[in-house]
Design a protein around this ligand. Structure first.
Ligand code: PLP
Length: 495
């Protein structure tokens, strides 16, 4: 299968090239030229398989220049017992007969980013082999907290790669910062940026598009690539868990094969919910995709009006991984809904860059309304939802998951739809101890990793092993730079 750019359908690449490049040269996102179909027999054949087998089978439909043996080996490495704390990998926690929570945080960094970032480095290493690349790939990451750690954990000590992570100095949780600055590995670097996430992201994009820097780095034997969810190698492993979740529900008698379900996804860059959309397009029985935002509600407005308008205040919230005003992966959805109209997509993206706003066609609006419902949840409601799920179900959820739970309830109240619904849990509550403690009525005593014990002692819930181990770990990185100093940090890192 070939991949083309959302801004130019005439550019075509193999899957290995698409994974290696990360982003198309024209600024578009690389996207499969066709969406493979799955049928009932395919799903039935997966119902009694392990997660690893499901992953290899689903990914092989898209990565046609990788062998099944390669993909099986990658899946065993990515999702095995050294990495994930449950053999189910992505288990479902059922709250009542129509309400299920898909837990995606059982990997090494306790956030759902592991689901893709334990796989991407292996896909990329193979892509370097397959394309005869001799240079070392340097992955540049701007992170709002979870991606940076998950990417370093995935790429640490992977041959022919280096990874440099930039995070906003005061924009990540204490546990997230501790996770990043204690990262081990000879090929990793971490730097705090004085500014917010959008500043760090803009800095990375600037370095990517700077021909001068690219030339210097090429002379030193480096090429740049991305581990953000603009890379197709990030999206595809996420398609797997929607299909896997459906198989689990069927296996456990919670839905019957063919019955439709809804997915409700806490959304930032639109990668996770886009993966759910691909699963639906492939033929998974899905009714509605519910897009949950926090106070940064640009997507809620877009799904309701067809107008994307980023000109609004940026709010820093207790669900920082969703604090984002430009959701990059929406571009892939627009491309698909417009009938792969690369000119229309280029037009929208130019308008966004120029005026901070665009309005989609009536045809796209109609398609959006049919498949998506958007809602948002403010700070007080996020806390109240954590408290209520803890009290009513004895179930402790993090701040991002709480946004999804709350918006799922809004959807049900507004529409009366009783379709069985899976809301997606994207992080362990232990990554956001202070907010979670306050939400359940406790006073956080101390800060940073000290709060792990307090949350454990209050709730009896076990601390994820790797987070507990942070307490004794030495800080390895102490670098800070100004927004405009990021390129110097990169040039120094790749000396
Ligand atoms: C990244 C992240 C999200 C948002 O996912 P997108 O794919 O960017 O929409 C939600 N919750 C958590 C905990 C995350 O780390």
């Amino acid at each position: 299968m070939k991949y083309f750019s959302t801004r130019d359908r005439s550019l075509r690449y193999t899957s290995a090239e698409a994974v290696k490049m990360g982003l198309s040269r024209d600024g578009g996102l690389l996207t499969p030229c066709e969406i493979p179909k799955i049928d009932r027999a395919f799903l039935e054949s997966l119902v009694n398989e392990r997660y690893q087998v499901r992953a290899a089978r689903v990914m092989s439909l898209y990565l046609t220049d990788y062998t099944e043996e390669e993909l099986s080996a990658f899946a065993e490495n990515a999702y095995g017992p050294e990495k994930f704390d449950t053999p189910a990998v992505a288990p479902i926690h059922t709250l009542d007969e129509a309400t299920h929570c898909l837990e995606l945080w059982h990997g090494p960094t306790s956030a759902f980013k592991d689901m893709a970032l334990q796989m991407l480095p292996q896909l990329l290493s193979a892509a370097l082999r397959k394309t005869g690349e001799e240079k070392t790939v340097c992955i540049l990451v701007a992170t709002s907290g979870d991606t940076g750690k998950a990417a370093m954990e995935g790429f640490a000590d992977v041959p022919q790669t280096k990874i440099m992570v930039f995070y906003p100095k005061d924009g990540v949780s204490a546990v997230q910062e501790a996770q990043m600055v204690t990262q081990e590995g000879v090929n990793v670097g971490v730097c705090a940026v004085v500014g917010n996430f959008d500043d760090a992201q803009a800095g990375v994009k600037r370095i990517f598009s700077d021909e001068g820097i690219r030339t210097v780095l090429a002379e030193r034997g480096y090429v740049l690539s991305s581990a953000n969810s603009i890379n197709w190698g990030r999206i595809l492993p996420q398609v797997v868990y929607y299909i896997s979740a459906y198989c689990d529900l069927v296996r456990d008698g919670k839905v019957v094969m063919g019955e439709k379900v809804n997915f409700c996804v806490p959304t930032g860059n639109f990668g996770d919910i886009l993966a759910a959309y691909y699963a639906k397009r492939m033929g998974l029985p899905v009714h509605m995709l519910i897009c949950a935002s926090n106070r940064n509600d640009v997507l809620t407005d877009f799904l309701r009006t067809g107008v994307y308008d980023r000109k609004r205040p940026f709010h820093t919230t207790m669900s920082p991984s969703m604090d984002i005003l430009v959701s990059s992966n929406l571009e892939r959805l627009l491309f698909d809904l417009s009938g792969e109209d690369d000119e229309a997509v280029s037009g929208y993206m130019e308008a966004l860059a120029r005026e901070g706003r665009y309005e989609v066609s009536d045809a796209i609006k109609a398609a959006l309304t049919k498949q998506y419902w958007g809602g948002f949840c403010g700070e007080a409601d996020t806390s109240a939802t954590i408290a209520r799920y803890y009290r009513d179900y004895g179930y402790l959820i993090d701040t991002h998951t709480a946004v999804a739970a709350n918006v799922m309830e809004q959807y049900r109240r507004t529409t009366g739809d009783r379709t069985p619904t899976v809301f997606v849990s994207t992080a362990s509550p232990f990554k956001f101890c202070d907010h979670v403690l306050r939400a359940i009525g406790e006073d956080p005593a101390g800060d940073g990793v000290e709060l792990l014990d307090q949350l454990h002692e209050t709730t009896g819930v076990a601390i994820p092993r790797r987070l507990a181990a942070l307490k004794g770990k030495a800080r390895r990185f102490d670098l800070t730079c100004e927004k405009l100093g990021m390129d110097r940090v990169v040039l120094e890192f790749l000396k």
